[in-house]
Design a protein around this ligand. Structure first.
Ligand code: NAD
Length: 447
């Protein structure tokens, strides 16, 4: 939805639209600031201290776009005793629209007063500052996620955070710190990798672990989908506003298709292979993206996993090409097919005879992650699963770097050496930013 599409004019809290950090610190000093602030602000909610299966939980959302609304709907559909009391977005109209749409469907669970709608780059801070809020949903474009995660953990919130967790190694390291601190604080972080909660995915991985296909030798995973939206610049938009508005096409915000979208399948592969790969080597390019996009539209990566197992990965968003989204795992005694979305799983022996199958619904999985989050808080044993999703996000980043540079890229390099930090320094609403520039293998350097 474009900012001009929604005319809901309810009042909101503004005044912070212009700066991400008033003093404009670098990413590193931002982290230090957050850490210092946490010494004062860390407050583990009473909700974490004891088990209480009737505990009423108050929620706030940061990022009221398509998935933000979807995630809220999933949570409110499956959880009782929860109430949404605040919403933040770059644009108040997004919050108002969310309140209107979900308020109709869940009149008893949406209670967002006008003065609890916040807009601007710092709007999320108003939600984190609100000590009456127990749970926050972090559903903005991905580039902001590590910052929001670190600060939300520091504020003592329980968190649902959409995938991907990060778009570069600097963000990955922030996620690891957030994960550790949430564990120490006994606060939850559940992530939007819904396939981990989809019954036919879980069933397939269980079968593989039990030896149904023998030893896992290699796998193929594809996320070849339909083209994605592109938003034109509107009059009066600064560079920063335009890039945040058209976020998919700027790598500092989306990470490119492999990170933003195909991380789902990469996560499934890390799950099957029981950890991240050792290295990535690959290629790709762009044939159909608009001039003002940094994204590639096709990428093929070979991921090498421990014990000489290879995953062949492919993603594509090109009009009029064949859609193919799913995973095939080849074992010494059988083959496991896991169709993405709600396409089910099945296992055959090496001759093609079906020996196992299971159906599963992605809709149910989307809801299950929110049930697990709330149940874990009420049980006093909050789930903290950020590292797993950050690992998968970095695996996707590693593949992107291999394709962009034409080099083999190792897990050791991205976790320990890479200095890549894509987030613009001193970001404000009015920032001038470089125009879109896409990678060219051979001249794009590995940093
Ligand atoms: N799990 C899934 O299957 C799934 C599906 C779709 C999207 N997603 C993920 O959800 C996230 C959001 O995607 P979407 O499709 O809803 O995008 P969207 O553009 O529809 O919504 C993003 C919203 O966040 C707001 N926003 C951006 N930066 C912000 C900031 N710094 N502070 C506050 N608000 C900010 C935007 O104004 C917008 O309203 C992405 O990470 C995407 O990858 C996950």
């Amino acid at each position: 939805m474009s900012p001009s599409e929604n005319s809901d004019k309810a009042s909101c809290q503004t005044g912070s639209k212009t700066s991400f950090q008033k003093s404009g610190p670098s990413r590193r000093s931002f982290l230090a600031t957050s850490a210092a602030a946490s010494a004062v602000a860390t407050m583990v909610h009473s909700s974490t201290a004891r088990a209480d299966d009737k505990l009423e939980l108050r929620m706030g959302i940061v990022g009221c776009g398509g998935r933000g609304r979807g995630a809220l709907e999933d949570s409110l559909s499956i959880n009782d005793g929860v109430k949404v009391v605040a919403a933040a977005d770059l644009y108040a109209k997004q919050c108002n629209y969310t309140r209107t749409i979900l308020g109709r469907k869940f009149p008893d669970k949406i209670d967002i007063a006008d003065d609890r709608i916040y807009e601007g780059l710092d709007a999320y801070k108003r939600i984190l500052d609100d000590k009456t809020i127990d749970v926050v949903l972090l559903t903005t474009s991905p580039g902001f996620r590590p910052f929001h995660l670190v600060e939300a953990v520091d504020a003592g919130k329980h968190i649902f955070a959409e995938k991907p967790s990060c778009v570069d190694p600097a963000g990955y390291r922030m996620c690891l710190k957030a994960h550790e601190k949430a564990e120490a604080n006994n606060t939850a972080i559940v992530t939007g990798t819904q396939y981990r909660r989809q019954v036919n995915y879980m069933g397939a991985v269980e079968q593989i672990r039990k030896g149904a296909i023998g030893e896992v030798i290699n796998a193929v995973t594809r996320y070849c989908s339909t083209p994605i939206w592109f938003k034109n610049r509107e009059e009066g938009m600064s560079d920063a506003e335009y890039q945040m508005f058209n976020w998919m096409h700027f790598i500092w915000l989306s990470g490119d298709q492999i990170v933003e979208q195909a991380v789902h399948n990469i996560d499934a592969m890390n799950w099957v292979m029981d950890g991240p790969p050792v290295s990535a080597y690959g290629c790709g390019g762009r044939f159909t993206r608009p001039e003002g996009s940094e994204m590639w539209d096709s990428m093929c990566i070979d991921y090498e996993y421990p014990n000489n197992r290879t995953v062949s990965f492919m993603c594509r968003q090109i009009p009029q090409t064949q859609v193919d989204n799913g995973n095939v795992i080849y074992g010494s005694e059988g083959i496991c097919y896991i169709g993405a979305m709600s396409n089910g799983s099945r296992i055959t022996d090496r001759k093609g005879n079906e020996i196992w199958k299971m159906e599963g619904s992605i809709g149910a999985a989307y809801q299950q992650e929110h049930k697990d989050l709330i149940d874990s808080i009420r049980s006093g044993k909050p789930i903290v699963e950020l590292k797993q999703t950050a690992d998968s996000s970095l695996t996707a980043v590693m593949g992107r770097l291999a394709a962009y540079t034409g080099q083999r890229v190792t897990w050791d390099f991205v976790t320990k050496e890479s200095q890549l930090d894509l987030f613009p320094k001193d970001l404000t609403w009015e920032s001038s930013l470089p125009p879109a520039k896409h990678a060219v293998p051979g001249s794009t350097k590995l940093v």
